[in-house]
Design a protein around this ligand. Structure first.
Ligand code: AMP
Length: 705
């Protein structure tokens, strides 16, 4: 009976009274099955010698356990002395005799390990040397580490090492869709436990870790490289159509640039730049624009400008290579470019493109913002390389080529010559000039012959000024020449003067595609008569026909709302007479002559158009911030009535006596020649910093002079 009073089978021996016991019990052959160290668990009972009277000297309380290795079953042929002793086994518990009249049985359990084993099998044997023992069970086993997955590597089942301290190194194999980072390893201890995991595997691209395995990324997700990371959602404007995607191709019309990472959102070329503003200055133009409304989802914006030159007759031709683009025409980082060296009086069309790093990947042509401009009149470029031939004592022949940039038809060449004072030293100021001079040389060409028909200079494109009084309706006349400007585009800021018809104001004008411009606004005061309106707008009709840097420029008129206004460029320094008085003695002679040169250029232009000014005086010249003088005041009847300096003549008209040529005072014979007389008076005004001509002489005295 065991301790629970269940019947059990035992091997037992109890020869405690007899001396020199040597009883053996042997197992049958046990195959080793790869085990290198085996464990034997014994269950037995062992009776306490003290509990048995009369056994002293012969009774033992231990027994011995042995083993013997062999490759096959050798049966009973093994001799006792061939067995190797494993241990002497003693009991932790033993019989303690009769307890309450019942024999109390206490089962002992002892475990011993043996290794290394090398043969294919073995026997175990138990030797009794005189104890009272009952062996109830012998369990023989070995230990192994059970196959596991750790760090995405599979470690197979492995038998433990031969001795109690040995560790068996095991290499793991990466699970499906994983790859080694550091060789995965673990150690199997003698106790069958996995110890010290080293190295690991990571899920391949397109797979992510999920409970010790690698699962594919779902549709719409991707993982670009092997690693610990999880699948990411496809970036904006990209997609994945299958599971386990390693990248997300861009949606149609979206792209990734070569150096964009796979995680970058897909982008597209930008739209065209907007709000292009052009400012033409002679033969150059400054183009400025705003960023495109759609940058395509990128920040690497650049701009490029293409140029087309359009003549009236033929088709447009590409001119991107010819003019000077500053800083350059492609790869512009700032929304601005200056184009120099254009041909004068020519139409150009510029196409402004915005590009980014994916523009070249798109098959579609980049949209561009087109701006058309017309260059102005400009002086020819410098004459270079003058040759000298046939120099004699008093004559010389000079030859030269047409300038690189004629900017139109060259009408004449001016040759200035100076006396040479010393070798390499020329007198340059006309005031010191003794034998010096000035001559004109004309082009020896068919054009020259055209200019000189009937002994008069006439130009192929000669235009004549049209007197607005030849028209009936002043409003119709004015729109023939001047553009109507919407009042909403004008912002009046302050009053700067007063004219015959009303206040003159300073304001700002904003036209589409143009920069905010400072303007002068001449207003027609309320309650005007039809005649006043006609005269007021006549000035605009005249001014509108002029286009010259030294003649005040008309921007347009406001006639469809009140107040009726004439809008001109703003001249920061106001009228020339007051300007000179404010700066008395502050300029060099060259600067004063520079002012006069400008007025002369403006007057030459007007007389070429057949316009006679009749009231040229410093007060009717305006000066801008760059000290450029411009001829203004283009009334007709006004000339004789508006001017405070005009006086009634004997013939009844009102004339600015001090500025007017004698024949005009006497017979009202106004001509370009009488304008030249007035110009002479203006010269005097300028050189004297705005003194009053003839000082305090009366008008009568002046006309007598
Ligand atoms: P007007 O009626 O043309 O004589 O103009 C009266 C005054 O207004 C002039 O004497 C100037 O002081 C001023 N003024 C007229 N036009 C302009 C302009 N375009 N820019 C600046 N001031 C101007």
């Amino acid at each position: 009976m065991d301790e629970y009073f269940s019947p059990i089978h035992t091997y037992q021996v109890c020869n405690v009274m007899s001396p020199s016991q040597n009883n053996w019990l042997r197992t049958s052959w046990i195959p080793r099955e790869g085990a290198r160290r085996i464990y034997i668990e014994l269950k037995f009972t062992l009776r306490d010698c003290n509990s048995m009277p009369g056994v002293l000297g012969t009774c033992k309380e231990t027994f011995n356990m042995y083993y013997y290795e062999s490759d096959r079953d050798v049966g009973s042929s093994i001799r006792e002395n061939q067995f190797i002793k494993i241990d002497t086994i003693a009991a932790d518990e033993s019989f303690t005799g009769v307890d309450l009249g019942v024999r109390r049985l206490k089962l002992n359990t002892e475990v011993r390990g043996v290794g290394p084993l090398n043969r294919r099998g073995f026997y175990l044997a138990f030797q009794d040397i005189g104890a009272c023992i009952a062996l109830t069970s012998v369990r023989v086993y070995y230990k192994h580490c059970v196959g596991v997955s750790r760090n995405l590597a599979v470690f197979t089942d492995v038998v433990t090492g031969a001795d109690s301290s040995s560790l068996v190194e095991v290499r793991g194999q990466c699970v499906d869709h994983a790859e080694e980072r550091d060789t995965p390893k673990m150690y199997c201890s003698a106790e069958g436990e996995w110890l010290v995991p080293i190295g690991r595997c990571v899920c391949s691209a397109g797979f992510e870790e999920h409970r010790e395995s690698c699962e594919p990324c779902e549709v719409g997700f991707y993982k670009p490289a092997a690693g610990d990371g999880v699948c990411g959602k496809c970036p904006q404007h990209s997609h994945s159509e299958t599971r386990a995607a390693v990248s997300c191709p861009c949606d149609s019309n979206y792209y990734r640039a070569a150096d964009d990472p796979p995680a970058a959102v897909c982008s597209r070329p930008p739209s065209a730049p907007v709000n292009v503003i052009s400012s033409v200055n002679g033969t150059s133009v400054v183009l400025e624009w705003d960023r495109p409304l759609d940058t395509g989802g990128r920040s690497d914006l650049q701009y490029g400008v293409l140029c087309q030159k359009c003549s009236v007759e033929g088709p447009c031709e590409d001119c991107t290579a010819s003019p000077g683009f500053i800083p350059r025409h492609t790869g512009l980082m700032e929304p601005r470019v200056t184009v120099l060296n254009l041909v004068a009086h020519t139409n150009y069309s510029f196409c402004i493109l915005a590009t980014n790093a994916v523009t070249h990947l798109s098959n579609e042509a980049s949209p561009c913002a087109i701006v058309n401009i017309t260059t102005n009149q400009a002086a020819p470029s410098e004459v270079l390389a003058i040759r000298q031939e046939n120099t004699s004592q008093n004559s010389v022949i000079l030859l030269w080529h047409e300038p690189n940039q004629p900017n139109g038809v060259i009408l004449e060449y001016d040759v200035k010559y100076y006396e040479k004072i010393q070798e390499g030293n020329y007198k340059s100021d006309n005031m010191y000039c003794i034998h010096c001079g000035y001559s004109k040389a004309f082009q020896d060409s068919d054009e020259e012959k055209m200019h000189y028909q009937n002994g008069h200079v006439s130009f192929p494109d000669a235009r004549f000024y049209i007197d607005p009084h030849t028209y009936e309706d002043p409003c119709q006349t004015v729109h023939e020449f001047a553009r109507e400007i919407e009042a909403s585009r004008i912002k009046i800021e302050k009053i700067i003067g007063s004219g015959e018809f009303g206040e003159v104001c300073y304001g700002r004008m904003r036209l589409p595609g143009k920069r905010d411009a400072a303007v002068a606004l001449k207003t027609l005061k309320a309650g005007y008569t039809e005649k006043q309106k006609k005269d007021f707008l006549a000035e605009a009709s005249i001014m509108a026909q002029f286009d010259h840097p030294n003649v005040i420029h008309l921007e347009g008129v406001v006639t469809r709302s009140k107040p009726v206004m004439i809008i001109t460029e703003y001249m920061e320094n106001g009228s020339l007479d007051a300007f000179l008085r404010r700066h008395d003695g502050q300029f060099t002679i060259i600067q004063l002559v520079g002012l006069l040169r400008g007025i002369a250029a403006g007057m030459t232009y007007l007389s070429d158009l057949g316009y006679i000014h009749r009231d040229l005086a410093a007060r009717n010249i305006l000066v801008n911030s760059n000290f450029v003088c411009k001829v203004s005041d283009f009334g007709l009847s006004r000339v004789l009535e508006d001017d405070p300096d005009a006086a009634y003549t004997t013939s009844g008209g009102k004339i600015p006596i001090r500025w007017t040529a004698p024949e005009a005072i006497a017979y009202r014979k106004f001509s370009s020649a009488s304008d030249v007389w007035s110009y002479g008076i203006v010269m005097w005004e300028v050189m004297s910093y705005g003194e009053r001509p003839y000082w305090n002489l009366t008008n009568r005295d002046v006309s007598m002079v």
